[in-house]
Design a protein around this ligand. Structure first.
Ligand SMILES: [Zn+2]
Length: 300
């Protein structure tokens, strides 16, 4: 179901300031990927974020902060009549998002952008897509037409097919966690894991020794995940320390690669949903130790 009539407010609606900042930095570096899975229970919030990202991508400002809110593209986006921003939404309810929408999107995506900058497709409540609809989207995600970006909004990533998830960058807007405080133990754990220069055995035994009870585990893993996300932003944006960054963050940035932080963030997110789903904590820490070790030692 195509839905073109919802208001937009460029930035003030965006509750996830850090995620917005992250996108601004990606955009400035020309590093915005072609497909994002925006994950979060609050669909309205995800929609605000997707609209912000769409304005950012299509903003015509030559200098200054984007989205500028003043150029023709920003104004059209704000008035919800930008010809190159198209929203598809589920009709409401599981499997109510059909392949016909994806076919429509697919034929449209190959037509050159009206304004010449690019095109954005926002898929709201994508967890309601049928398997056929998701499969129909794969090729488009794999070989997207030039200048086309997809923002796929879903409540939880695991509601989508793995083949779709693996073709997207993931942004989690879950519970304002991008803005959360990170506990000291998350810094400590991340630093030790990266600094261990010994064998896989040393790495495993350290990580498994941390293994706390479920509630504490969720706090630790949540903190580590947020930390990995923030470090990834800093790595990707290659920002210089402006004096506000603390020493422990700098140390972590020296120890880990962007690739590690990206992998760690994904692995930790998976572990968190497993822990929330009552997975065995021992088994979970063992699996996570293996995944983090692989991420750490993987050759670029
Ligand atoms: Zn603009």
């Amino acid at each position: 179901m195509k839905n073109a009539s919802r208001g937009i407010n460029v930035t003030s609606n965006v509750k996830n300031k850090k995620a917005a900042e992250y996108f601004r930095k990606l955009e400035a570096g020309g590093e915005i990927s072609h497909a994002y899975l925006i994950e979060g229970e609050d669909m309205e919030r995800s929609m605000d974020f997707a609209r912000f990202a769409a304005s950012l991508v299509l903003c015509e400002a030559k200098s200054g902060e984007k989205p500028c809110g003043k150029c023709g593209s920003c104004v059209k986006a704000a008035n919800d009549n930008h010809p190159d921003i198209t929203v598809f939404a589920s009709a409401g309810g599981r499997s109510s998002f059909h392949i016909s929408d994806i076919r429509e999107m697919r034929s449209d995506a190959y037509v050159v952008a009206n304004e010449g900058v690019g095109k954005v497709y926002i898929l709201s409540d994508a967890q309601d897509m049928t398997a056929q609809a998701q499969n129909a989207m794969l090729k488009l995600l794999e070989e997207p037409p030039a200048g086309v970006k997809f923002f796929i909004l879903a409540r939880r990533r695991e509601q989508l097919l793995p083949t779709v998830i693996s073709r997207c960058q993931i942004v989690n807007l879950g519970s304002s966690e991008y803005d959360a405080e990170i506990p000291d133990e998350a810094y400590d754990a991340m630093t030790k894991l990266l600094a261990i220069s010994g064998t896989r055995f040393d790495f495993f035994s350290y990580f498994i020794s941390l293994r706390p009870k479920r509630d504490a585990a969720l706090i630790l893993l949540g903190g580590m995940r947020n930390l990995a996300g923030q470090l990834l932003v800093l790595k990707t944006a290659k920002t210089k320390n402006d004096g506000t960054r603390d020493e422990r963050t700098d140390k972590l940035l020296r120890l880990g690669s962007a690739r590690f932080f990206a992998a760690a963030s994904d692995e930790l997110a998976e572990a968190i949903s497993a822990a929330e789903g009552n997975a065995n904590i021992n088994a979970l820490f063992t699996a996570l130790a293996f995944a983090l070790w692989s991420a750490k030692t993987e050759k670029a």
